[in-house]
Design a protein around this ligand. Structure first.
Ligand code: UT7
Length: 322
């Protein structure tokens, strides 16, 4: 049986960088609160960029890193909850932009856990021998769904995309994945979609903006993190002490601190780029991988654990040998 091995990583970020000071001009907030309560200092926000353009740029970088021609990609998975269109999918648009003519294409919707979900889907196709090369992308333009008068969300969320190329390999790659969902209480983190404006059932219009019960999501996240890490390790022969670096969903630095202390792991073993990237939902983990690669922190042979959590509610971990 083959393993899904990461052979390339890439990222794309919008040009505009918005600092906490700039946020002070927009809502009743301040740099000190944002830094201390979330760990965020700057975030990238789209102006002209789209989910598709960010996803395509990140994918191009990952393919270049892998040295893989686009025509050799068998499948493109895009984890996003902010597609440019309901149809066609972002994955199809990326397939066209890349010229990945032999790839099937599918969007995966699992909010902030989307990238881990997509990695797990890709892993199954590679393990069964059905596919050789899969491009997994996390791409979001979350700031388009934000109420810019809601200071509890607009200071946190940000935009960007990250991508990895997985290939079938005899070496160890994705060791195991753990996925979970709890549809109730899904409404604590919600972005409504279509209003029913058909001829027969006109309903009261609902704005398509994100709402979040931050404290409840916070409690859920700190609890589920450790549970998912322990679950993904089950039956692998590895323990928490074998993980070189944890690559958590970048939602709040306090969630990361809690997770580390609950797992009794030094927080230095957790990669954090939240300060400069903000919360880009499904894109946080692949952007983190690309940042780590750039910083020389993603070394061949290391064991990493990527853990996502968020809307749905959903969660997931991927234990990966680099
Ligand atoms: O990625 C998807 C998953 N999402 C998450 O994991 C997010 C999880 N939740 C969080 O990260 C935190 O709940 C927040 C950072 C969103 C908020 O932190 P909190 O400790 O839950 O604060 P809070 O909502 O209880 O608010 C504390 C105070 C309130 O003021 P009072 O009532 O104590 O006077 C808020 O009005 O902070 C106030 N506040 C702000 N002040 C300045 C809330 N947002 C802001 C703000 N600037 N942006």
């Amino acid at each position: 049986m083959k393993n899904a091995k990461i052979i390339g990583v890439g990222k794309a970020l919008p040009e505009l960088v918005v600092s906490n000071k700039m946020m002070e001009e927009i809502v009743d907030t301040n740099d000190k609160w944002i830094r201390e309560m979330t760990g965020i200092e700057n975030r990238h926000v789209v102006t002209t960029e789209t989910t598709t353009s960010l996803a395509t740029d990140a994918a191009r970088e990952a393919l270049l890193d892998a040295g893989l021609p686009a025509e050799e990609v068998d499948m493109i998975l895009v984890a996003t909850m902010t597609p440019d269109d309901f149809m066609p999918s972002t994955a199809c648009k990326v397939q066209h932009a890349l010229g990945a003519v032999n790839a099937s294409a599918l969007d995966v919707s699992a909010a902030c856990s989307g990238f881990v979900y997509a990695m797990s889907v890709a892993d199954q196709f590679i393990k069964t021998g059905k596919m050789q090369n899969i491009l997994v992308i996390g791409a979001e333009v979350i700031t388009k769904t934000i109420d810019w008068e809601d200071r509890t969300t607009c200071v946190i969320f940000a935009d960007g995309a990250g991508a990895v190329v997985l290939t079938a390999s005899d070496e160890e790659g994705i060791v195991a994945t753990d996925l979970g969902a709890k549809g109730e209480p899904g409404d604590i983190l919600r972005t409504p979609a279509l209003n029913n404006n058909n001829h027969f059932a006109q309903t009261e219009a609902e704005r398509s903006v994100m709402t979040m019960d931050g404290q409840t999501v916070f409690r859920f996240s700190t609890k589920i993190f450790g549970q998912s890490v322990r679950k993904v390790l089950e039956g692998t022969g590895y323990g928490i002490e074998d993980i070189d670096i944890f690559v958590p969903h970048q939602a709040n630095v306090r969630i990361i601190d809690y997770a580390a202390s609950r797992l009794k792991v030094d927080v230095d073993r957790f990669y954090v780029n939240l300060n400069k990237r903000g919360n880009t939902s499904a894109a946080t983990i692949p952007i983190a991988l690309a940042d780590m690669n750039e910083e020389g922190l993603l070394k061949k042979g290391m064991l990493i654990c990527c853990t996502g959590f968020g809307g749905g509610l959903t969660w997931g971990s991927a234990l990966i040998r680099i």
